[in-house]
Design a protein. Structure first.
Length: 111
């Protein structure tokens, strides 16, 4: 499976970067200084309430996933990521999205 589980701190950093946010931006979103946030990403051991604030600032949720459900959750995330990548590639080619043309592909025609 191509979807790798990384540490929570790595996930926080990746999410911040995906949202094109700098560490300094988190001060405005979460209310902690850049230095505090930088420490959290690098080697932090944040309190739960701090993690909840950071998750909210990153438009994310903290979840406790039972190990027996982990593979199912990862599969859903990987499929969602693959669909987003495919849609992004279609958008770059200038194709209309399904929202722009809800009838596309219904008659089997190819783009």
């Amino acid at each position: 499976m191509g979807f790798i589980v990384s540490s929570l701190l790595e996930q926080i950093k990746k999410r911040r970067i995906a949202l094109a946010l700098k560490q300094h931006d988190m001060m405005l979103r979460v209310g902690i200084s850049r230095q505090q946030y930088q420490r959290l990403e690098s080697k932090g051991n944040p309190r739960l309430d701090t993690l909840e604030l950071v998750a909210k600032g990153l438009k994310s949720e903290l979840l406790l996933i039972p190990k027996e459900k982990l593979n199912a959750v990862l599969a859903v995330l990987a499929a969602d990521s693959a669909a987003a990548t495919q849609q992004s590639q279609l958008d770059k080619k200038g194709s209309n999205s399904l929202a722009d043309d809800p009838w596309q592909g219904l008659l089997g025609e190819k783009d």
